[in-house]
Design a protein. Structure first.
Length: 352
């Protein structure tokens, strides 16, 4: 019988690609979603994408309205006694959620993570591995964001604490660090049977799992590319305010599967970081490779892209631990994202 995997936040950009990988490898997935409506819509989308090949007994959706509420995951582990692996991807990654930063960011990120771990300890001693989608937000030192000589590795920790948070960006950024820290503290302080892996993605780009999801407002990271497709063609300033590194969503999904399947990966932080990026570089890639956008989007300051400094990273340990890996390039991340948007978002129909 195929192994059972719990994936929290099954409607998410990253989770959907993970579920796609798991289905192709014949795992049985218990996915969590926040409402009956979301459950039905998601199952319809899988049916439409896979047709006859979709076996609904391989993807069972359960409702967890709010991961941050006490005991949020207990019922699931009581109901399914044979969950072997847990992939906890759910966490708020959006801005404009509300002024109560504790309630909107910290509690779901930190308490959501702890609720999964507590439920496993109390009800699921059979779980062998837990993979938590953390973030480079748990790694990055914002004071070094312009310093390419400061090298972030799997050992680096974001030095900010929750008391330093005074806006939504920092609320997301620090909630991820606090949540990951809480997970490592939990396994230090409790008797657990499972191994923990945390995945530390940088900005994630690349296509949506369902083409229809490419229309309208995208998730926070994918929207960065869509926003550049709406930039002002007369804008020649250097686009240097969003920068660091990016990885394709399809690679991020694969690293979650490596974390489950590679037995020597045990209590590790894994950083799948592909390439340096900044918004100017994305504009340059679009303008160089898709001439149909010339005159419709900003050129920015093409020549000075090379002068944009951003923090350094070295993830060679992570790559070595998975046995070597060739990441999808930034150019491909951008072109696959843009091509899908053009084809499936009618707002961009004139570029088809
Ligand atoms: P996403 O598309 O917004 O997915 C987030 C998922 O979490 C959704 O399924 C969402 O449900 C669920 N969720 C959020 N708050 C919840 C709550 N209180 N209770 C229950 N479910 C909740 O984001 P993503 O880009 O896939 O991100 C997935 C993970 O990767 C997150 O942990 C994020 O921090 C991490 N990450 C993302 C990036 C990136 O660039 N995208 C980079 C580094 C790390 P609804 O859809 O119903 O709201």
């Amino acid at each position: 019988m195929s192994s059972k995997v719990l994936v929290s936040g099954a409607t998410g950009y990253v989770a959907l690609w993970i579920i796609g990988e798991l289905l192709s490898k014949n795992y049985t997935i218990i996915g969590t979603v926040r409402s009956e409506d979301k459950k039905n819509q998601l199952l319809q989308k899988f049916n439409a994408k896979y047709g006859d090949k979709f076996n609904s007994s391989n993807l069972i959706l359960e409702i967890v309205k709010d991961i941050g509420k006490s005991n949020a995951f207990d019922e699931i582990f009581i109901k399914y006694k044979d969950i072997k692996y847990v992939l906890h991807t759910a966490s708020p990654f959006a801005y404009g959620l509300g002024d109560d930063l504790n309630k909107e960011y910290l509690e779901p990120a930190r308490d959501g993570t702890l609720n999964v771990l507590k439920a496993i300890v109390n009800h699921a001693p059979q779980v062998e591995k837990v993979v938590i989608t953390s973030s480079q937000a748990a790694v990055l030192n914002l004071d070094k964001l312009n310093d390419s000589k400061f090298i972030h590795t799997e050992k680096t920790w974001n030095p900010l604490e929750w008391k330093d948070v005074n806006n939504e960006f920092l609320a997301y950024f620090v909630s991820k660090k606090v949540a990951e820290r809480a997970a490592w503290d939990f396994i230090r302080d409790n008797q657990v049977n499972f191994k923990l892996i945390t995945i530390l993605p940088p900005y994630i780009f690349g296509p949506q799992f369902f083409d229809s999801d490419a229309s309208g407002k995208l998730g926070t990271s994918a929207q960065i590319i869509k926003d550049l497709l709406k930039s002002d063609p007369n804008d020649y300033h250097l686009f240097d305010d969003i920068k660091y590194a990016s990885t394709d969503v399809r690679d991020i999904a694969k690293f979650h599967i490596f974390a489950l399947e590679i037995s020597k990966l045990s209590n590790e932080r894994i950083a799948p970081v592909a390439e340096r990026f900044n918004q100017q570089l994305i504009l340059n890639i679009i303008n160089d490779n898709l001439p149909k956008f010339n005159g419709y989007i900003a050129k920015g300051d093409y020549q000075h892209e090379k002068d944009i400094e951003s923090a350094g990273f070295d993830v060679s340990k992570s790559v070595e631990l998975v046995g070597g890996y060739k990441f999808i390039s930034l150019k491909q991340q951008v072109l696959d994202s843009v091509n899908q948007i053009v084809e499936f978002d009618d707002e961009f129909a004139k570029f088809r």
